[in-house]
Design a protein around this ligand. Structure first.
Ligand SMILES: NC(=O)c1ccc[n+]([C@@H]2O[C@H](COP(=O)([O-])OP(=O)(O)OC[C@H]3O[C@@H](n4cnc5c(N)ncnc54)[C@H](O)[C@@H]3O)[C@@H](O)[C@H]2O)c1
Length: 446
């Protein structure tokens, strides 16, 4: 059946979740505190770059199943199912800051009480939150509206930026944590259209659902860090991490994905979720040493890459110009949160180097971060004018087959620091580039 659904928070998760629920026939009320964002969304314009989102957004707006507003009351009054898709940023100690989630829960309670909304509701947390958050939610409900029937559930989100629509319409699995049979039945029904190909929905206790999300992200981060750690060893002994990757990835127990060595993982999820899991497990007296190691390897990997760049110029990069290709933390998104490119730029600027940058989608977010401290280019080649080296920080497909001759004609020195191993050694040799990469022997390096 079609439900009235409230989605609180219209960021990367909320706007995609809301749009996809509308796309399966539900009536969805998406709420955000940012008026500017809401106004854009009302016009069918996506505030984020996410392939396929805008078309779906426009269709569902036109067919009046999707509503955007800053009015939380509208959603609470109209909806029997409310999803919280709010930020859970890291606190100083690494723990997840829950104030957005808990404050919104309290506001929802006040609205329910104010209008005496007696219809049974389900409050579902889609934000990534530490174990015990649902207990905190329950405590708030019990404090402010003890005699109203509100079920609590955890429904961690596994979408990948860049594939968010695909992942939401056809999730590999849906995880629901709840102790309520009613919530279980409603959520199974709500998700049924997304699982027609037979992918599973796992119903579990809330604590296990809350941990599942952190476990997934920490495991993937660990996989990347394992390869990054190994890449340093490969460089020293003259092996090739790309060949090792193929060699181990074909073992189905290991799997081919998340085995790419690079400049380190970034983004709005892995770094913060790894930190939060480290914090929670330390607090519980059962520290996850392997996850702490994944985190320190990640920091080391970016630092090692930057050190390689500086060393090439005898640690004298003042006055040098570096072109950067790729600013988003990964391709197919405009998200630059904790992007390795930003860490690299900050380091180069701190030592007096000049930076020109290009990314197909992340220029606006980069401008917000660096203002007039760097040069922004309209295409990859403009960036290269009189550059002393090119740094590749994100593996956008547009960088995979560039016009190498044109590149050479524009650069001061034909040096590439490839943080994503995009080019073959043979090609770099043929084109006479000085090529520094990750976990492989460099070409024409000193
Ligand atoms: N981005 C991802 O790929 C991803 C994937 C899975 C899970 N998650 C988790 O989902 C949660 C949300 O992530 P995101 O990337 O969508 O965050 P985001 O920062 O992109 O979006 C959060 C939105 O919530 C809004 N907001 C803040 N307080 C509000 C309030 N009181 N009422 C209404 N709106 C409010 C903000 O204005 C913002 O638009 C986080 O816990 C994150 O870890 C994110």
């Amino acid at each position: 059946m079609a439900y009235n659904i409230g989605v609180i928070g219209t960021g990367y998760v909320g706007v995609v979740t809301g749009t996809c629920f509308a796309a399966t026939g539900n009536n969805v009320y998406c709420i955000d505190i940012l008026e500017e964002k809401v106004n854009l969304l009302k016009q069918g314009k996506s505030p984020i770059y996410e392939p396929g989102l805008e078309v779906l957004l426009q269709r569902n707006l036109k067919e009046e199943r999707l509503h955007f507003s800053t009015d939380l009351e509208e959603a609470v009054k109209n909806c029997q199912i409310i999803f919280l898709c709010l930020p859970t940023p890291p606190s100083e100690d690494g723990s997840a800051d829950l104030h957005h989630v808990l404050d919104a829960t309290e506001q929802i309670c006040h609205i329910i009480k104010k209008y005496d909304l007696r219809e049974r509701k389900i409050l579902i947390n889609k934000s990534t939150v530490p174990v015990g958050t649902a207990d905190k939610t329950r405590a708030i409900l019990d404090k402010f509206i003890p005699d109203y029937l509100i079920d609590v559930a955890s429904n961690p989100e596994f979408l990948r930026e860049g594939f968010a629509i695909e992942d939401s319409l056809k999730p590999e699995r849906v995880v629901i944590g709840t102790e309520s049979e009613y919530a279980e039945e409603v959520l199974k029904d709500l998700y049924q259209p997304f699982l027609r190909s037979g992918n599973p929905i796992y119903i579990m206790d809330i604590k296990s659902a809350e941990i599942t999300k952190y476990a997934a992200n920490a495991f993937l981060a660990t996989k990347i860090s394992f390869m990054n750690d190994l890449s340093a060893y490969c460089e020293v002994v003259g092996a090739d991490i790309e060949k090792v990757r193929l060699g181990i990835g074909s073992d189905t127990r290991i799997g081919k994905r998340f085995l790419f060595a690079g400049v380190g993982y970034g983004g709005s999820c892995f770094p913060k979720d790894v930190r939060a899991l480290i914090h929670s497990t330390e607090q519980a007296g059962t520290p996850l040493d392997i996850v702490s190691a994944a985190q320190s390897v990640n920091l080391k990997q970016t630092t090692r890459f930057i050190a390689k760049i500086k060393k090439r110029f005898d640690d004298q990069i003042q006055g040098k110009k570096f072109a950067i290709w790729g600013l988003a933390f990964k391709p197919d998104t405009d998200d630059t949160r904790e992007a390795p490119a930003f860490i690299i730029i900050e380091n180069l600027l701190a030592e007096g180097a000049a930076v020109s940058a290009y990314d197909p989608e992340a220029m606006n977010n980069t401008r917000i971060m660096f203002g007039d401290k760097i040069e922004y280019c309209d295409n990859p080649y403009d960036c290269l004018k009189e550059a002393d080296a090119l740094i590749i920080a994100t593996e956008w497909t547009v960088f995979r087959n560039p016009d190498f001759q044109k590149m050479q004609s524009m650069m001061n020195e034909v040096i590439i620091f490839d943080g994503r191993n995009l080019y073959s050694s043979a090609e770099m040799e043929k084109m006479k580039f000085e090529y520094h990469c990750i976990g492989r022997k460099g070409i024409n390096t000193k």
